[in-house]
Design a protein around this ligand. Structure first.
Ligand SMILES: Cc1cc2nc3c(=O)[nH]c(=O)nc-3n(C[C@H](O)[C@H](O)[C@H](O)COP(=O)(O)OP(=O)(O)OC[C@H]3O[C@@H](n4cnc5c(N)ncnc54)[C@H](O)[C@@H]3O)c2cc1C
Length: 565
C-alpha cells in the first residue's frame, strides 16, 4: 500500500499552494486527475486582488477597504474574520509570486499593474494581460517541483475512508495504468475545485465535475452554503467560454438590442462594474423582457477601447472571439449571456481549513471557509485558492506535528478498493443499461432549469423530484466501451454518483433558504431577511438522507446594511 504523511488531492492553485505550505520534512504527495497544469486554474483570465495601491490616483486603498468590499459583495454572509485574513495575506502573497518570477503586467513606473473589477472601490486587480491563471499556475508548479513532492498525475481519487470521524485512507483509479489503488495518509487536503459541469451552461473546464465535494459529503463531512452558485454575467453566447470581467474593467459596455447601456437602469453609479450577481440578473432580466438579441443574448461592446488596448490588455479574449465566434471584438460587439461560473459553497472548513473530520482539510473552490458568502467578487478566488491553500498545508503540518496516533485503516482502505473493483466489474458485465453520459446531460438540464439565476419553491421541488428519477436510472448504469486504461466512461460513472449528492445539496439548500441573498434569488421571497437568514446552511449526510442545520456566522466590525452600487 502506498503511504504518505500528507496527500493533497488537486494540482490547481489551491493544491500546489498547499504543497508549498506543508512542512518540507513531510512525505507529501499531490494527486490530480489531469496533469496539474491542465487544472481549471490555468484558465483564469482577469486577475487577482490585493490592495497594493499602485495606481497613483488610488493610493488610499488598504486591506481594510478590500475586506469591506469583499464582505459587502458577499451580501454580508462571509465570515468577517476570514475575509479580513484573506485581504491581509493578499499583499505578501502577490509579492511572493512576483519574486518567484510570475510575469505580472506592469505600469510604466515598473510597479505591478492593477485594473478595476466589479464591486471593488479601487482598481486592485493585479493581472498578466488576460492570462493570469496561466502564469500563476506555472509559477506555483515550478516551486512545487523544486520541493520534494511526489506527483501522481492522471489519478482519479474515487473514495475517502473515514473511521470514527477520522480520515484513514484514499482509493484512486490510475488512468494510465488502468488500476485501482489504495493509499494511506495521516492527513489529507482536498483541493478538488468547483462543480461547474453539473450545469448545462458553464464557463468551467469539462473536468470540473465536483466529485471531490460529493465524495467528502458521502464520507460524512458536512457541506456549507451550497445554494450559492455564481453565474457569470458575460460568457460567449452558445459556447459559454468566459469573457473576463476585465473586459468591463477596461471599460467595455453592456448593450441591449435597443442599443441602450441598460445597466443604467439597475446600478447607475457602478454601471457595468456592479458585482456579478447583480449584473447577471440584470442581463437575464433584459433578455426575459424581450430586450435581448434573438431573445437569448446581449452585447459586450469593446470597440470604443480601440485596437491597441484590446491587443495589449485582452489578447486572449480577442483570440477566443476570433476562433470560437468568428468575430474580431476590435470591429464587432461580442454576443454574451450569463452562465454558471463558480461555487461559493463547498466542504465545511474553518479559517484553518480544518473540517469536522480529524485529519481532513480542504481549500480552494471545493471548500467553503467562508470568505465569499453569498456572492464572490471577481479576482478574489485566485487569491483565496493561493492564500487558503497555503494555510491548509500549514494546518495539516501542524496537525501532523502534534503526532496523531496511528489510526489503522489498512483493512478498510483495501476493502474499499476491492469493493470498487467488484462494482465496476458487475456494471461492466451487464448486457445493457443506462448510458452515463446521457444521465450526465440530463442532470445538467435539471440543474440549469431548476437552480438557475432565478429560483422558486415549485421549480426547486421539481428539481429534487427529477433528481430522484436520475438516481433510480443510475442504478441501471452500464459501461459500453472497454474498461481498463483511460476509461472515461468509468471516470464519469464514479464521479456521477458524487455529482448527484452535490446537486441534491444545492437544490435542498436553495429550497430551504426562503430569502434572496447574493447569487440566491428567490422570486417567491425577493428580499434579504437578516432576522431569519443571516446564517450558514450546513447539510450533513445521514442514512435517512440529508440533514439540514444552520450555523451563526462571524460578524465583525461591518454591520449588515443594504447593498447599493
Ligand atoms: C474560465 C475561468 C476564469 C476565471 N478567472 C478568474 C480570475 O480572473 N480571477 C479569479 O480570482 N478567479 C477566476 N476564476 C476562478 C478560479 O480560477 C478558480 O476558482 C480557482 O482557480 C480554483 O482553484 P482550485 O485549485 O481550487 O481548483 P482547480 O484549479 O479547478 O483544480 C482542481 C484540481 O483537482 C483535481 N481533481 C478534482 N477532482 C479530483 C479527483 N477526484 N481525483 C484527483 N484529482 C482531482 C483536478 O485534476 C485539478 O488538479 C476563473 C474560473 C474560470 C472557470
Amino acid at each position: 500500500m502506498l503511504r504518505h504523511d500528507l496527500l493533497i488531492v488537486g494540482g490547481g492553485l489551491a493544491g500546489l499552494s498547499a504543497a508549498l505550505g506543508a512542512d518540507p520534512t513531510l512525505k507529501v504527495g499531490v494527486i490530480s486527475k489531469v496533469h496539474p497544469l491542465r487544472s481549471h486554474s490555468v484558465a483564469a483570465q482577469g486577475g487577482i486582488n490585493a490592495a497594493l495601491a499602485n495606481r497613483p490616483d488610488c493610493a488610499d486603498d488598504t486591506c481594510e477597504k478590500h475586506a469591506f468590499d469583499t464582505i459587502k459583495g458577499s451580501d454580508y454572509l462571509a465570515d468577517q474574520d476570514a475575509a479580513e485574513l484573506l485581504c491581509q495575506r493578499a499583499i505578501p502573497t502577490i509579492y511572493e509570486l512576483d519574486h518567484w518570477g510570475a510575469p505580472f503586467s506592469r505600469f510604466p513606473d515598473g510597479s505591478i499593474a492593477q485594473r478595476p473589477f466589479g464591486g471593488a472601490g479601487f482598481p486592485r486587480t493585479c493581472y498578466a494581460a488576460d492570462r493570469t491563471g496561466h502564469i500563476l499556475l506555472h509559477t506555483l508548479y515550478e516551486q512545487a517541483v523544486r520541493r520534494n513532492v511526489t506527483f501522481y498525475d492522471e489519478w482519479l481519487v474515487t473514495d475517502i475512508i473515514v473511521r470514527d470521524r477520522r480520515l484513514v485512507g484514499l482509493v484512486a483509479y490510475d488512468l494510465a495504468g488502468g488500476e485501482i489503488i489504495p493509499l494511506r495518509a495521516r492527513a489529507v487536503i482536498f483541493a478538488t475545485g468547483g462543480y461547474g459541469r453539473i450545469f448545462f451552461r458553464s464557463t468551467n473546464a469539462y473536468i470540473n465535475l465536483g466529485g471531490g465535494i460529493g465524495m467528502a459529503y458521502k464520507a460524512g463531512v458536512p457541506l456549507k452554503d451550497m445554494e450559492f452558485v455564481q453565474f457569470h454575467p458575460t460568457t460567449l453566447f452558445g459556447k459559454n467560454i468566459l469573457m473576463t470581467e476585465a473586459a468591463r474593467g477596461e471599460g467595455g459596455y453592456l448593450v441591449n438590442a435597443k442599443g441602450r447601456r441598460f445597466m443604467e437602469d439597475y446600478t447607475p453609479k457602478a454601471m457595468e462594474l456592479a458585482p456579478r450577481d447583480i449584473v447577471a440578473r440584470s442581463i437575464q432580466t433584459e433578455i426575459d423582457k424581450g430586450n435581448g438579441f434573438e431573445n437569448e443574448y446581449v452585447h459586450l461592446d469593446l470597440r470604443h477601447l480601440g485596437r491597441e488596448k484590446i491587443l495589449q490588455r485582452l489578447p486572449g479574449i480577442r483570440d477566443i472571439c476570433i476562433h470560437f465566434a468568428g468575430l474580431d471584438p476590435v470591429d464587432r460587439p461580442i454576443p454574451i449571456q450569463p452562465a454558471q461560473h463558480y461555487s461559493m459553497g463547498g466542504i465545511d472548513v474553518d479559517a484553518t481549513c480544518a473540517s469536522p473530520v480529524e485529519g481532513f482539510f480542504a481549500a480552494g473552490e471545493c471548500a467553503c471557509v467562508s470568505v465569499h458568502g453569498a456572492n464572490r467578487l471577481g479576482g478574489n478566488s485566485l487569491l483565496e485558492s493561493i492564500v487558503f491553500g497555503r494555510i491548509a498545508g500549514e494546518s495539516a503540518s501542524l496537525y501532523l506535528r502534534g503526532g496523531p496516533s496511528e489510526a489503522g485503516g489498512d483493512r478498510e482502505t483495501a476493502e474499499t478498493a476491492r469493493a470498487l473493483m467488484a462494482r465496476i466489474q458487475s456494471v461492466h458485465e451487464r448486457e445493457a443499461g443506462e448510458n452515463v453520459f446521457q444521465l450526465l446531460n440530463k442532470l445538467k438540464r435539471v440543474m440549469s432549469d431548476t437552480a438557475g439565476i432565478f429560483r422558486d419553491a415549485a421549480t426547486l421541488r421539481r428539481g429534487l423530484e427529477e433528481l430522484a428519477v436520475l438516481r433510480e436510472a443510475y442504478r441501471r448504469v452500464f459501461i459500453y466501451g472497454p474498461c481498463g486504461r483511460y476509461c472515461q466512461e468509468m471516470v464519469v460513472l464514479v464521479e456521477f454518483e458524487h455529482m448527484m449528492e452535490v446537486a441534491e445539496v444545492i437544490l435542498l439548500g436553495a429550497l430551504k433558504r426562503e430569502e434572496t441573498r447574493g447569487s440566491h434569488f428567490r422570486t417567491d421571497f425577493p428580499k434579504r431577511d437578516d432576522a431569519s437568514w443571516l446564517k450558514h446552511t450546513i447539510i450533513t449526510r445521514s442514512d435517512k438522507g440529508p440533514v439540514v442545520t444552520y450555523r451563526d456566522l462571524q460578524v465583525g466590525r461591518y454591520a449588515p446594511e443594504e447593498r447599493k452600487y
